[in-house]
Ligand binder design. Structure first.
Ligand code: PLP
Length: 247
């Protein structure tokens, strides 16, 4: 049986990030993605202009109909956009108490443009008791911590945090996997030249399919990072802006 991952995320028309990135990464690892689209965005490979959040009541109904039919083996959360969507996600996770959850706390595009209401970082904290793996970049982490130390997130109930260093300057990209006892794994990768669109979505979805396939969090993260690096090495430029990973 093919493992099923429930993806709850936004749509990016370029196909580089968002739900299309998630579907492609999950498919590439042999899984099937079932999808709830939280938002439509207006963007190209040079930046985000605008987004529109799906009505929460519609998303709730989609989730109920879908989950009455299909049981996923893992959940991947991407752009949630607004606290109302977080409420829907909470009720979805209540229906799926025993499966791993990967939360990519999408707050803005790595180019320009917000992808979330100002109240979202605080609202996302309510999902941490159900989060197996949180995958913030260093900018998102700062917004989630609000001056607290990383331990705050573990106190709120998250199991593992994969901090990605793609937004930091420098020729070496450092990713770190933490759990409550400290740093579990650290990787240093030589940064590829260019700007990439959708690398965070690709990495988080690749982690989610690994967990759905029964890998430990460490094994899922290591495999996902290797896979993501490969998609960046093969990336192409379909427009005027960033590279898009080849999944
Ligand atoms: N989700 C959507 C819908 C997006 O448009 C973006 C970025 O523009 C992201 C997620 C995050 O993308 P990345 O993987 O580059 O962090």
């Amino acid at each position: 049986m093919r493992p099923v991952v429930l993806v709850i995320a936004g749509h990016d028309p370029t196909g580089g990030a968002g739900i299309q990135a998630d579907i492609e990464a999950i498919h590439a690892a042999g899984g099937h993605a079932v999808t709830l689209v939280t938002a439509l965005t207006v963007q190209d490979t040079t930046g985000v202009q605008r987004f529109l959040i799906t009505p929460a009541e519609l998303l709730q109904q989609q989730a109920e109909v879908l989950l009455a039919d299909i049981r996923p083996q893992a959940v991947k959360l991407g752009m949630l956009g607004h606290p109302d969507i977080v409420e829907v996600v909470k009720s979805v996770l209540d229906r799926l108490p025993d499966i791993p959850v990967v939360l990519d706390p999408v707050l803005s595009s790595n180019l320009s443009g917000h992808l979330a209401d100002a109240a979202l970082p605080h609202a996302l904290l309510a999902l941490l008791p159900r989060t197996t793996l949180l995958t913030p970049n260093t900018l998102e982490l700062e917004q989630l911590l609000q001056g607290h130390t990383l331990n705050h997130l573990f106190d709120l109930g998250v199991d593992h945090v994969l901090i990605t260093g793609g937004h930091r300057p420098g020729s070496t990209l450092i990713n770190e996997l933490h759990h409550a006892e400290g740093c579990l794994w650290r990787s240093e990768i030589t940064r590829l030249p260019g700007e990439f669109h959708g690398s965070g979505c690709t990495l988080a979805s690749a982690c989610a399919i690994g967990l759905a396939q029964g890998l430990s969090t460490l094994d899922a993260v290591q495999r996902a990072q290797q896979y993501t690096t490969g998609t960046l090495q093969l990336a192409h430029i379909p427009g005027r802006g960033q590279f898009i990973p080849w999944r």
